[in-house]
Design a protein around this ligand. Structure first.
Ligand SMILES: [Zn+2]
Length: 287
């Protein structure tokens, strides 16, 4: 599933390729992808003739501002946004296609249909123009510039296990199963370490690793897993998977201690960690 670095890579491609282009029409063939709109013709009616002005991102959500409208895209499990010059057949599962004036196309391809595309009803008042539909999201690590001390205070006020908290989109937007494992390994903290048990220095160090890993992944175009489902707007896979130190590395040697990386069923998915390097924590602090 695409997380922040993959969404940011797509955002940069969209910014380069679509800003300034005028939309001639929007073709919707996958009703599930536009499920927030009772009338699937609405995206076409509202976007037709508008020019793309800016491409933003909040966590895993992408936003295209075009005239008075903001188109929001979430890639879900398997979604791709692919640019095309408009020649040649569209790939299967091209559920929503934005056709530009010059005939080029932005194709939303999503075999598993967990992703979605919708027009925002309007901005959330008083919060940097974030679409109202994204008001529930927590801070974005790359764009909100949250100070480390503030992060530490927020984190330490929570009794949740660290992995659950890092993946909680209402706490911090954009981190999922891959990057939570990589961040926690870098910080030498186990997935089930209670957030409230960290001291201030540990919490600040965790934040430094979080920012460093997300930025490093963006530099390499994000992570494409073995299914190679994640692609940038040009159809290229990311390369950060080559730098993963624990994720999907069960049984391989830990780069820290040489022991085997372990996989643990957790919250309906898998978490990967090193039992030698990552500490579980002393249990929740008492009030
Ligand atoms: Zn280790």
């Amino acid at each position: 599933m695409p997380e922040l670095p993959e969404a940011e890579t797509v955002r940069r491609g969209l910014e380069t390729e679509t800003v300034g282009r005028r939309i001639s029409r929007v073709e919707v063939t996958g009703l599930r992808s536009v499920r927030r709109h009772p009338d699937p013709g609405e995206p076409d009616r509202r976007l037709r003739g508008q020019r793309v002005q800016a491409v933003g991102r909040v966590g895993k959500f992408l936003t295209l501002a075009a005239g008075p409208e903001v188109l929001v895209v979430h890639l879900g499990m398997s979604g791709q946004l692919l640019l095309s010059d408009g020649a040649g057949p569209r790939p299967p599962h091209s559920h929503v296609v934005v056709v530009f004036e010059d005939g080029s196309e932005l194709r939303f391809v999503d075999p598993r249909t967990f992703g979605q595309v919708f027009l925002s009803a309007g901005p959330e008042p008083g919060r940097r123009g974030r679409p109202a539909e994204l008001a529930h999201l927590g801070f974005d690590p790359l764009t909100d510039g949250l100070p480390a001390g503030r992060f530490a205070a927020l984190l330490r006020s929570r009794r949740t296990m660290l992995k659950a908290l890092l993946m909680d989109q209402r706490f911090v937007a954009g981190i999922g199963n891959i990057y939570s494992d990589e961040i926690l390994f870098a910080a030498r903290l186990r997935y089930d370490h209670p957030a409230s048990a960290l001291d201030e220095e540990q919490a600040k160090a965790l934040y430094r690793h979080l920012l460093r890993i997300l930025r490093a992944s963006v530099r390499l175009g994000g992570s494409s897993l073995s299914d190679m489902q994640y692609r940038d707007v040009y159809g290229r896979p990311g390369r950060y998977q080559e730098r993963h130190l624990v994720f999907a590395r069960e049984g391989l040697a830990c780069t820290g201690c040489g022991g085997p990386i372990r996989r643990q069923a957790w919250g309906g998915r898998s978490t990967f960690y090193c039992p030698g390097c990552q500490i579980p924590g002393p249990g929740p602090r008492r009030g």
